[in-house]
Design a protein around this ligand. Structure first.
Ligand code: DC
Length: 227
């Protein structure tokens, strides 16, 4: 049997991660955070002194980056030289450099190939920016999650504080995520946009539980069991 893929796109802070993790848990689908792969690529560029504003340098370097994948605790875990990157890929510095790195076609092609290859591990719930439009456009379960910039900034800030990553003002977080949205939505290759046929969910005034139920209720009936 071929694997099923639930695809979830949307801007930063719209709630994709919380929703994907919980829906994955409930249905037994492995959670895949595609943004983490773009962050890993960026982190490796910075560690190796690659200028992220130079697309040719980033493209050449992308060919050499190796990431290992394996299913672990309900998700596909990513390893670089045997180590999970953890918070190193969630800093404001990485936030700033990832959008430009994600505009580079060679980076997108590499990561798209990795993501498609992950279907060999089983049923997946994959979150990102181009999952519904470019990586798995054939999926019958595609969602576009949005929320107001204020709600998104508040959620992101809380997450950063709780994880001990940063303590920025809501205004600074909002500025940074709107800047990233602008780059992600206007880039030439696989920009962030709502795919035709994807179900749009505005989570601004919804609880997490309500969003989870909306996603599950919209799945094809035989996909709700995870079997
Ligand atoms: O979801 P995130 O904030 O971790 O994503 C980090 C960056 O990676 C963001 O600028 C958009 C980019 N990205 C992308 O271009 N395509 C994806 N499928 C996932 C993330």
């Amino acid at each position: 049997m071929t694997s099923r893929v639930i695809a979830i796109d949307g801007p930063s802070g719209a709630g994709k991660s919380s929703v994907s993790k919980r829906v994955g848990e409930q249905l037994g689908y492995l959670h895949v955070d595609s943004g983490a792969l773009y962050r890993i690529m960026t982190w490796q560029c910075l560690v190796n002194g690659i200028d992220t504003a130079n697309p040719d340098a980033v493209a050449a370097f992308a060919e050499q980056v190796t990431v290992d994948f394996s299913p672990c605790d309900g998700k596909i875990a990513f390893y670089v030289n045997g180590v999970e990157p953890g918070h190193a890929i969630r800093t404001p510095e990485i936030n700033k450099h990832t959008s430009p790195v994600a505009t580079v076609k060679a980076v997108r092609d590499r990561i798209t190939e990795w993501l498609r290859d992950m279907t060999r591990f089983g049923n997946l719930i994959v979150e990102g920016r181009d999952i519904t439009t470019a990586v798995f456009p054939e999926s019958p379960a595609r969602f576009y999650l949005v929320a107001s910039p204020e709600a998104r900034a508040e959620r992101r800030r809380l997450e950063e504080v709780q994880k001990g990553i940063a303590n920025q003002s809501v205004e600074d977080v909002k500025k940074s995520l709107l800047a990233r949205d602008a780059i992600d939505s206007s880039r030439k290759h696989a920009p962030l946009r709502k795919a035709d046929g994807a179900l749009e969910i505005d989570s601004t005034f919804m609880t997490l539980e309500e969003v989870i139920q909306t996603v599950i209720n919209a799945l094809p009936a035989d996909w709700r069991t995870g079997l």
